[in-house]
Design a protein around this ligand. Structure first.
Ligand code: FAD
Length: 385
């Protein structure tokens, strides 16, 4: 079955969906409201499930070549003592790959270049979707309209199409955490490929990149909407006396590079990921907290499964039913686990609870950490002919 599709949103999920659809012979137009297609975010970790989805889409090799494998790292306390070490080699043995770290801009570029430029329409904002046109779907844009056999709503965490399609759904909720993050402007000498450090209600982490620079993120319990005149100075005040290399990472950062976002999620799961000939995908379908580093990996899984379902099912309707059945339970269970990981990790504040968690982590054998990661990362991708 071939056809035409409009993908709303040119983020990681939308671009991956477009690549998958083109691989199975569909005509695809991606509409992106931003005037330029470039992800300005910081860095991202990709687990084996995300990398396997990228392999299915034909871009895994290019991403692996640009990314840095995470062999050495783990979780520490603010004084520097290790709570848990992560054995990337053991993960690689189990899954064929360790976790990898890559700047978002590089991942985005690799996804973009896997698509012909004429598929990508920038500065085009979808205002709504007409879901019941028989056999076709219409996407009104601020300036004009497009029609297709299928619409993929990949318009991100604040999805306008989700709000239109599910008016009864309560929508996003604030997770209780805010995140400041940046990429260093120069290489930093690091003994590990990645680290997380947990204090009370606060986490500082880094992901090292192939070129020696690193991204850092500082996640804090906070009321929503708090902003700082100088975000780097505020991060230094909170984390500057934590262990090495945290001060060095902050010293290697330009003040204008720091991004600050409140973290929202879909705490109430959507009842279904499809509506007529529309599929919701990525954060539009299952916005989750970043505490497991799985949001983009789940979007990549969505893209691979959607393409496989459309390639093998006899109709768009049956393909979308299969997409919903395969993707909704899994992505929603990962979202629940991410929320739980945040509560037990970064968000935990009670000193006794923090001490008990840290003791458990210190005592647990390293295979427990590997098993925790395998629970979500060991996903079998569909075949895409
Ligand atoms: C701090 C943080 C760290 C994270 N770390 C990781 C990690 O390490 N690993 C991981 O797997 N995930 C991680 N994630 C999650 C990951 O970033 C997201 O899950 C992923 O980027 C979602 O991709 P998406 O394409 O669904 O949405 P987005 O990337 O938000 O893309 C949506 C796109 O749609 C466009 N758009 C929106 N509305 C319209 C419209 N009406 N018309 C046209 N275009 C529109 C937007 O401009 C945007 O380009 C993290 C998230 C956060 C917040």
């Amino acid at each position: 079955m071939g056809g035409s599709a409009v993908v709303v949103g040119g983020g990681i999920g939308g671009l991956a969906a477009a690549i998958g659809l083109r691989r199975i012979g569909w005509e695809v137009t991606v509409v992106e409201r931003a005037p330029v297609l470039a992800d300005a975010g910081a860095g991202i970790s990709l687990h084996a499930n995300g990398i396997r989805a990228l392999d299915t889409l034909g871009v895994g090799e290019a991403v692996r070549a640009a990314a840095r494998p995470q062999y050495a790292g783990g979780t520490r306390a603010p004084g520097g003592g290790w709570l848990a070490r992560m054995d990337g080699t053991a993960l690689e043995r189990e899954l064929g790959t360790p976790i990898v770290g890559i700047p978002r801009a590089v991942l985005h570029h690799l996804l973009r270049t896997a698509l012909p430029s004429e598929c990508l329409v920038v500065g085009a904002e979808a205002t709504s979707v007409d879901r019941f046109a028989p056999g076709r779907v219409r996407i009104p844009l601020v300036d004009g309209a497009l029609e297709a056999d299928l619409v993929v709503a990949a318009d991100g965490v604040g999805s306008r199409l989700r709000a239109q399609l599910f008016p009864e759904h309560p929508g996003l909720v604030y997770s209780g955490s805010t995140v400041l993050r940046a990429i260093t402007e120069r290489p930093v000498e690091l003994a590990t490929d990645f680290e997380l450090t947990w204090g009370k209600g606060a986490e500082f982490g880094h992901i090292a990149f192939a070129d020696g620079r690193a991204e850092w993120h500082a996640v804090l319990n906070s009321p929503p909407g708090v902003r700082h005149a100088d975000a780097l100075a505020a991060t230094r005040r909170r984390f500057g006396d934590w262990h090495h290399p945290i001060p060095a990472l902050l010293d290697a950062t330009s003040p204008d590079a720091v991004l600050h976002h409140d973290i929202h999620e879909l705490a109430t799961p959507l009842p279904v990921f499809t509506a007529g000939r529309i599929a919701l995908l990525g954060d539009a379908a299952h916005a989750m907290t970043p505490h497991l580093g799985q949001g983009a990996c789940q979007a990549l899984e969505d893209a691979a499964v959607l393409a496989a379902a459309l390639a093998t099912e006899p109709s768009v309707e049956s393909a979308l039913a299969r997409y919903d059945a395969e993707r909704r339970p899994r992505s929603q269970s990962v979202a629940r686990a991410a929320r739980q990981a945040g509560r037990m990790g970064q968000q935990l504040t009670h000193p006794l609870a923090v001490a008990a968690r840290n003791t458990l982590l210190r005592l647990a054998p390293s295979r427990v950490t590997v098993r925790t990661i395998l629970r979500h990362a060991d996903w079998a991708p569909p075949a895409l002919s």
